[in-house]
Design a binder for this molecule. Structure first.
Ligand SMILES: Cc1cc2nc3c(=O)[nH]c(=O)nc-3n(C[C@H](O)[C@H](O)[C@H](O)COP(=O)(O)O)c2cc1C
Length: 187
């Protein structure tokens, strides 16, 4: 028996990210869990949903760039801190060592095992949020996240986020191979 539990979004867990931008010539970071994937071929488009009250939004609009960084479970305290304080009041630029890549204004976090530099393509305006749609122009992987040149998600050990329990999680075990295990289906 299933119970109706309202209109909750149950698409969790999902990776939590640290988005970087330059706001008024100063680097700022924001904790963003609500990241979307548009497609997985050719021009990779992703979205990040930012409440309009945040400080970071202005910087993304100023430079038309942002970075999306995945951090490991060992970085959980700094990651959460970034989501607790606003750049309006606190300088968060030194929380993570960073550098700039191709786009010059999207700070790439040095200790992040995986980082993406994005060029702003569009903004979808909702009542409370601005959904920034970005095209990934460059992806950076730390050596420690790679196995023979390929991303090893176990090594990345990404932080996952669950809105309903309001907790961070980590990756579990492999269950099967995609586009493959289904071949064993018998009706
Ligand atoms: C785990 C976690 C996930 C968050 N995800 C989002 C999100 O997806 N969208 C959003 O607008 N704010 C999100 N926030 C809130 C912002 O990170 C937070 O308000 C931040 O301090 C805003 O920073 P800024 O004012 O410097 O831009 C999240 C916070 C935490 C702790």
């Amino acid at each position: 028996m299933k119970q109706k539990i309202g209109n909750m979004n149950v698409l969790y867990p999902m990776p939590v990210t640290i988005v970087g931008a330059t706001v008024d010539n100063k680097v700022n970071f924001i904790n963003i869990a609500h990241v979307g994937i548009f497609n997985a071929v050719r021009n990779h488009l992703i979205s990040i949903g930012l409440n309009k009250v945040h400080y970071t939004n202005a910087g993304i609009k100023q430079n038309k760039t942002f970075s999306v960084n995945l951090l490991s479970q060992k970085d959980v305290v700094a990651v959460d801190y970034i989501g607790l304080v606003s750049g309006k009041k606190v300088d968060k630029s030194s929380v993570f060592e960073h550098y700039f890549g191709e786009l010059k204004t999207a700070p790439i976090i040095t200790q992040a095992p995986l980082s993406m530099e994005c060029r702003l393509k569009d903004i979808y305006d909702t009542e409370l949020h601005e959904v920034f749609i970005g095209e990934i122009v460059a992806t950076y992987a730390d050596d420690s996240a790679l196995n023979n040149g390929k991303i090893d998600i176990k090594k990345v050990d990404p932080l996952l986020f669950d809105m309903n329990s309001v907790k961070y999680y980590r990756l579990g075990d492999v269950v099967g191979d995609c586009w493959s295990i289904g071949k064993n289906y018998k009706s």
